[in-house]
Every structure is written in structure tokens, then in C-alpha cells.
Write a protein that binds this ligand. Structure first.
Ligand SMILES: [Zn+2]
Length: 63
């Protein structure tokens, strides 16, 4: 199955490998969603902040 990218009209295969479907690319998707001006787009749910594991300075030494 083929669909036309809503933004540029390019033919896109509709399958699981086309992660940006129905758009041909992430770029077209972002442009179409009006987010391209802000390049710092985020993937929802990808905001897991890596905690800093290092012990605070002055942590009591067990030895
Ligand atoms: Zn496109």
C-alpha cells in the first residue's frame, strides 16, 4: 500500500518500517505539524532524566 506524504506528496510505503507515515520523513511530519521552527522537538515519553548517581561531597566514608 502506498500513500502520498501529506506535506510533499511523495509516495510512501505504508508499513511498520515507515515510522513517520503517512509522512515520508520526520522532516515532513514536523513541518506539517508546525514544529519545524523549533528544532528542539521532543519525543513524548523520552524525558527520563538520568539521575546523578555520584555520592554527594563529604559522604561519610565507611572505612
Ligand atoms: Zn514528505
Amino acid at each position: 500500500m502506498e500513500v502520498a506524504c501529506p506535506h510533499c506528496g511523495k509516495k510512501v510505503q505504508w508499513n511498520e518500517r515507515q515510522r513517520w507515515r503517512p509522512f515520508c520523513s520526520e522532516r515532513c511530519r514536523l513541518i506539517d505539524l508546525g514544529q519545524w521552527a523549533n528544532e528542539e522537538h521532543r519525543i513524548p515519553g523520552d524525558d527520563a532524566q538520568a539521575e546523578d548517581d555520584t555520592l554527594p561531597a563529604g559522604y561519610p566514608d565507611a572505612s
